[in-house]
Design a protein. Structure first.
Length: 376
């Protein structure tokens, strides 16, 4: 479900203007969230080159294999004034990109390539444009994509409410005697049933597996007293992601320190959300959570950043991390997800998506954040 035509046209114009302002000659983008952001089309980058060329001056062009050209019918691309440059197997598509680019004139030139562009295309373009230095497209596009418009925020809000509904049903699936993988399969099906196009990730980390922040699922059977970290999300038809984590306990926790530690964690998450406001920095939000956990003696057990941006990708800029002096602005959306992890014993994490508004941060997830005690 692409953005409205006028929104895509405005994004293309802003991307061109930002390319010019950055002293770049062009953006070169293969299928990716960047391409979906600008053209409203998805797809994957295969060995055949599809490449959007956005010059700093002039009109954009889309280099596309002839066999994939029919797939553009009915998409916004044909109504955006984008030139379609087809190539067939046996042609050199990288030389075609060079031909559709406006002449650079004398002197060195820089072009920006998509951050996740496959190396085979990066190197092919480098060979076709030997006088151009390549930089990352995020130097231009991150500033645009970080600031969500009202429709994007509404899409993130819809995604957040959908994933909340899945968490609300966790007691149906999360039971002693079931394997993590069994629970995960039920949760994945519910994510789709609640309006997502897919379950992009389902983490069910029980007992000691909860101490691994990016655990997936396993055949471990859930035991009485286990803490279980459930981190789930996926894209909606608009392309925008949900991502929410809650921690559950199967009856009373098996370890006596859990209650005090979890109270610290919950206070840290609250403090980080309260720190969100236009004009503050990403690292100050990270410090709001980290300082409380550190002062309680668990700083070495909080082993990842406090958050990541979210939108057409589940992880995108801005990153809420120490050392990031980015000034937060209205429309930025990101996770706040501190965690405490005790290897071999248990882990806990609380995660909400927060959007920066005029007077502070607004959560897009609304399930209770207390340690949820489920019956055994």
């Amino acid at each position: 479900m692409p953005a409205p035509l006028e929104t895509l046209a405005a994004r293309l114009t802003r991307a061109r203007d930002a390319t010019y302002a950055s002293g770049l000659k062009a953006l070169l983008l293969t299928p990716s969230p960047d391409l979906r952001y600008l053209l409203g089309i998805g797809g994957e980058s295969h060995e055949r080159l599809t490449c959007l060329v956005v010059p700093a001056e002039g009109d954009p062009a889309l280099v596309v294999p002839a066999l994939e050209r029919p797939g553009l019918d009915g998409t916004p691309v044909l109504r955006l004034g984008v030139e379609i440059a087809e190539w067939t197997d046996g042609d050199d598509p990288y030389s075609l990109v060079a031909r559709v680019l406006p002449k650079f004139g004398s002197g060195a030139a820089r072009v920006a390539v998509g951050d996740a562009m496959p190396a085979t295309h990066v190197l092919g373009l480098r060979a076709a444009l030997p006088d151009c230095t390549q930089v990352l497209a995020s130097t231009v596009l991150a500033q645009l994509r970080m600031r969500k418009d009202s429709a994007e925020i509404a899409a993130l809000d819809t995604a957040g409410r959908a994933i909340d509904r899945v968490h609300a049903r966790m007691g149906e699936w999360l039971r002693v005697g079931r394997a993590e993988a069994e629970v995960g399969a039920d949760v994945a099906a519910a994510i789709v049933a609640e309006g997502h196009t897919a379950a992009a990730f389902v983490i069910v980390g029980s007992g000691p597996h909860g101490a691994s922040p990016h655990h997936d699922v396993s055949d471990r059977v859930i035991q009485p007293g286990d803490l279980v970290v459930v981190d789930i999300g996926g894209p909606t038809p608009e392309g925008y992601f949900s991502d929410c984590t809650r921690t559950y306990t199967m009856g009373e926790p098996a370890y006596s320190e859990v209650a005090d530690c979890y109270a610290v964690l919950q206070a840290a998450q609250e403090a980080a959300v309260a720190a969100v406001a236009p004009g503050t920095t990403a690292q100050s939000v990270d410090d709001a959570a980290r300082s409380l956990i550190r002062d309680a003696g668990y700083g070495h057990r909080f082993i990842h950043r406090t958050g990541h941006g979210i939108g057409l990708e589940v992880h995108e800029q801005p990153y809420i991390v120490a050392g990031n002096d980015l000034v937060l602005d209205r429309g930025m959306a990101f996770s706040i997800e501190p965690g405490i992890y005790i290897p071999g014993r248990w882990g806990a994490r609380i995660e909400d998506i927060v959007v920066v508004e005029e007077h502070g941060g607004r959560r897009l997830n609304h399930r209770p954040r207390e340690l949820a005690v489920l019956p055994v």
